[in-house]
Design a protein around this ligand. Structure first.
Ligand SMILES: Nc1ncnc2c1ncn2[C@@H]1O[C@H](COP(=O)(O)OP(=O)(O)O)[C@@H](O)[C@H]1O
Ligand SMILES: [Mg+2]
Length: 353
């Protein structure tokens, strides 16, 4: 067969990428083909950049070209590590391949409303008609079972391709898995880093998530090893950071934003949500009391050049919604449900920019 770029590609379409389990041509991993007499040059990306794996790829390419083109061809393949972009593209992921956007919700401090915000993001996207999942990875205080009124439920089990997979619990159109389903809530458990990562990995990989538009992950509060191992184990689209307007909370939020931005971690921060921006009493719905300070998160987002996705008031009904297990965003047309809707719309816009 004649040595042309087209024929080289045809031959290489018989080479499988061992991790991604598809051929390297349909995965678009071959580039820069050039031909000089009997010598063929090209570049191939592999998901495992280890020496032995690159060597094996080189040999596989050579074998197919010799087989399909001619044993006379001199093959010069440059095998390089897969681009980060390619690695994170849904179709190339090993984990959660059917999930379009994976959003982690983080906070520097505990108790700032991270789980409340996560629950409303998830229920709000589901209300808009998206397919949504939620992983409650807060090992210190899982709260999704209460916030979605599914405390008495347990994930199911289903055999898929010979493997046992968990089936998430569903509430308000959100598929939910929580570390709280596996541990008694009143049982004090000391999770250690590796245990926490293992539990999270199982919630990601051993679960029948199916196709989702948005997956929200409620991270534990703070920014430390657990967070690092989570954001490295899961191909996260970006992080949303929640803070109250208090200076102490903002200082910790800033630390978190800086950590995610480190070169070695490099997870985009999609935006900031300010929670408990002002207090509004039920009997005086027009009044705003800035009890934790005014516009602190807004100023931080301006300074760090991050979007402010929303400002959520401190109102009794939000706390009550959490306790009865029906996210506030499902209320019809209240000022607090509108604040959450704006936050959800801003995230949707930001991700489709
Ligand atoms: N904007 C708000 N208005 C009223 N109560 C809130 C608000 N945000 C959170 N809460 C309440 O504060 C408590 C802590 O919130 P939670 O979301 O569990 O925080 P975190 O997950 O950061 O620890 C919960 O009881 C929750 O219902
Ligand atoms: Mg929480």
């Amino acid at each position: 067969m004649e040595i042309t770029a087209e024929n080289v590609l045809r031959a290489l379409s018989f080479v499988m990428e061992p991790d991604l389990k598809k051929d390297i041509v349909s995965l678009d991993l071959v580039s820069d083909i050039s031909i000089d007499g009997n010598t063929v040059f090209f570049k191939v990306q592999v998901s495992n950049p280890a020496m032995h794996s690159r060597k094996r790829m080189e040999e596989a390419c050579e074998t197919q070209i010799h087989l399909k083109l001619s044993p006379e061809v001199e093959v010069r393949a440059e095998v390089v590590a897969l681009d980060q972009d390619k690695k994170d593209a849904p179709e190339n992921r090993k984990v959660l391949p059917g999930v379009k956007n994976i959003i982690a919700i983080a906070s520097g401090k505990g108790g700032v409303g991270k789980s409340t915000i996560t629950a409303n993001f998830a229920a709000g996207m589901a209300k808009k008609g998206y397919k949504v999942g939620l992983i409650d990875a807060d090992i210190y205080g899982p709260s999704a079972p209460i916030m979605f009124d599914v405390e008495d439920q347990k994930p199911g089990m289903k055999e898929i391709d010979g493997k046992n997979k968990m089936v998430p619990v569903e509430s308000y159109g959100v598929k939910i898995l929580s570390i709280g389903f596996f541990a008694e809530t009143d049982q004090a458990i000391v999770w250690r880093g590796p245990m926490a990562s293992k539990a999270l990995n199982q919630m990601v990989s051993d679960v029948e998530w199916g196709e989702l538009d948005y997956m929200f992950i409620d991270l534990p509060p703070g920014t430390g090893d657990v967070h690092l191992s989570i954001v490295q184990a899961v191909p996260i689209t970006g992080v949303v950071v929640v803070s109250t307007p208090q200076p102490v909370a903002l200082a910790d939020a800033r630390k978190g934003i800086n950590m995610f931005g480190l070169d070695s971690i490099n997870v985009p921060v999609i935006g900031l949500v300010e929670n408990m921006s002002w207090f509004t009493p039920a009997e005086l719905p027009e009044n705003k009391y800035f009890i934790f300070g005014k516009d602190g998160a807004k100023e931080l987002s301006d300074k760090m050049n991050i979007s402010l996705l929303g400002q959520i008031p401190l109102v009794q009904s939000i706390r009550e919604s959490g306790d009865v297990g029906r996210p506030t965003i499902l209320q019809e047309n209240t000022s607090q449900s509108k604040a959450f809707e704006e936050m959800v719309n801003n995230l949707e816009l930001k991700l489709n920019e």
